[in-house]
Design a protein around this ligand. Structure first.
Ligand code: DC
Length: 222
């Protein structure tokens, strides 16, 4: 199986670029952030605190996460409920980051993610795909951009959806998540030693996708 692992901080454009690259290559695009978002939202809605790991572990025993792919678009379900439409808010981002710190939550999603990478050719994005989930991926990319550029993109995206947000708030959220995601003990965000660094600041989506597709070609020969 062929796998392209794309890791990097929030808002670097991973999902848009990964989806487009997967389409060009004919691979399945798997968005692991959506899984953390769906679980985080559900645990939050259940009133479970991320500071009580045993309580979280008990709650997870009653949860089942499944994915479906319709025309290449991933839908994420928790106990049969499609969460795809409710996981893109700032609250959902925080819940995902808060609960993703916990080893029991990571373990809960790890098997499903690994199985997907074993069963088909994938472009998978997240924070620990090249380091932990698919360490054997032929192509590993660490996609990043400056915090200001990432906040600006997220601001425009949320504004286009009609959400009332401030740029300063988003920039501070981006910085807070960078810090939390890269300093946690379990599977922190970091560039794999064999990953190629791709800084998307100032690059168009097309340029980023072209680079990913080119690197995938080189990875096959590696
Ligand atoms: O990629 P995203 O913004 O949708 O991810 C949401 C959060 O989930 C992110 O702050 C950290 C967490 N996450 C993770 O810990 N590991 C992954 N492989 C993907 C996401």
């Amino acid at each position: 199986m062929k796998a392209i692992a794309i890791d990097g901080p929030s808002g670097a454009g991973k999902s848009t670029a990964a989806r487009a690259a997967a389409k060009q290559l004919g691979y399945l695009y798997v968005d692991t952030g959506a899984m953390y978002r769906a679980i985080g939202c559900r645990l939050r809605a259940m009133g479970v605190s991320q500071n009580e790991e045993e309580e979280v572990a008990r709650a997870l025993e009653g949860l089942k996460l499944t994915l479906s792919f319709e025309g290449g678009d991933q839908h994420v379900f928790v106990n049969g409920e499609d969460m795809t439409g409710v996981i893109r808010t700032p609250d959902a981002s925080r819940a995902a980051s808060d609960f993703s710190k916990l080893p029991c939550v990571r373990q809960f999603l790890f098997r499903l993610q690994q199985d997907l990478g074993r069963e088909q050719d994938v472009v998978m994005d997240g924070r620990d795909i090249g380091t932990v989930v698919l360490p054997w991926a032929q192509t590993k990319i660490f996609l990043t951009a400056s915090a200001e550029e990432r906040a600006r993109r997220r601001f425009l995206e949320l504004q286009a959806k009609g959400q009332d947000v401030s740029y300063e708030q988003i920039l501070s959220d981006v910085r807070w998540r960078d810090e939390q995601d890269s300093t946690r003990k379990t599977a922190p965000l970091r560039q794999a030693e064999d990953a190629v660094l791709l800084d998307s600041t100032g690059l168009s989506l097309e340029q980023v996708v072209a680079r990913i597709v080119a690197l995938a070609g080189e990875g096959e020969n590696a």
